[in-house]
Write a new protein. Structure first.
Length: 120
């Protein structure tokens, strides 16, 4: 669709990737390649509505992989996590966010910070 729209002169500057992952639908192995495929069409890409169900190291690794995928694509211009605390998430039972129900940082928070070049 992006290729077709651009060919017809439709102004399209960015494509957002809604990214709601869990154990049944994990971060795809070709996630970075998909971001790049769209970027190669001449549009920016952004990861929108990011949440990853789980906990501990598995969740942290998934968050880290998504952040690294974005950083590896020069036209990936943003990442938006779909909420702050698990307590108020629309997927609360899956604990998908970077802060637990008491606003404590989870391992996923530290993994994102580290992937961004900070220290967790």
């Amino acid at each position: 669709m992006v290729r077709d729209f651009k060919a017809r002169g439709v102004p399209i500057d960015c494509v957002g990737f809604q990214s709601h992952f869990n154990s049944a639908s994990p971060v795809p192995g070709d996630y970075q390649a998909n971001l790049k495929r769209f970027a190669d069409l001449g549009v920016d890409v952004q990861i929108t509505e990011l949440d990853i169900e789980g906990s501990g190291t598995a969740q942290a690794n998934s968050y880290s992989n998504v952040v690294k995928a974005c950083l590896a694509v020069s036209r990936c211009t943003g990442i938006t996590v779909w909420g702050v605390t698990d307590k108020y998430s629309w997927r609360a039972s899956g604990t998908p966010l970077l802060f637990d129900g008491n606003y404590n940082k989870k391992p996923a928070y530290n993994a994102v910070l580290t992937a961004l070049g900070g220290s967790g």
